[in-house]
Ligand binder design. Sequence first.
Ligand SMILES: Nc1ncnc2c1ncn2[C@@H]1O[C@H](COP(=O)(O)OP(=O)(O)O)[C@@H](O)[C@H]1O
Ligand SMILES: [Mg+2]
Length: 255
Amino acid sequence: MVKVLEAENLCKTYVINKYQNNVLRNVSFSIEEGEMVAIMGPSGSGKSTLLYSVSGMDRPTAGKCMFMGREISKMNERELADLRLNEMGFIFQQMYMLKNLTVQDNILLPALESRKNKATRKEKLEYSRELMRKLEIIGIARNDINEVSGGQLQRACICRSMINHPKMIFADEPTGALNRTSSDEVMDQLAKLNREGTTIMMVTHDAKVACKCSRVLYIVDGNIKGEFNLGTYINKADLEKRERTLSNWLMELGW
Ligand SMILES: Nc1ncnc2c1ncn2[C@@H]1O[C@H](COP(=O)(O)OP(=O)(O)O)[C@@H](O)[C@H]1O
Ligand SMILES: [Mg+2]
């Protein structure tokens, strides 16, 4: 299997008022093409820091990180910006979109900004509409972003993250601001994109969300304390069992 992401002995230390906070302590793991990996763990354990350190949003203090065989820990800011725009997609808990643009224009923007995306403007527009149809938000394409629900907005963020055909999506608590129904919808869409081939790494504190992932890494005090293989989520009928086995495992780890 092809490794999309490989982290080796990643460390991240913040120094505030001479006090050293070792947030990541020698973290090593890898993610293969087609996986959907959830990062779980107590609040403050370093989940977001880990996600940002391996996706070129932040720099590790030490250690090595490879993305598609290229060492991102050695790239300069420009190369990292290029990588994030063209080969990675990002989804956050807070849904950042430009207020004076429609949903569709927000989704289209990264494609228009990308010089690597060689499609014509018309093709980019068509692809944005294909994504909106897939995520079932085509009906709100022309809405202003404050005229849509939280769940619709997050699905729009997913469309935006996919617009430049990323190799991998990074998501930090993508369902954290949503109610149960919207959270389920967003997760079902992410799981579908994953089954179609997109590799995903996401942080979540919700076992109902994580049980739709294929593997869970549990992090405590900046270290991976355990990992659990669930296999790809395909059948809704398996969901209850997946959630039960995951919850039991999490409880054993002190969740
Ligand atoms: N930019 C920063 N500067 C200083 N400390 C930070 C910064 N970001 C995170 N931290 C600290 O790192 C630790 C882990 O944070 P984070 O990765 O956000 O945890 P989690 O996502 O697991 O809740 C916390 O103690 C937090 O205060
Ligand atoms: Mg966090």
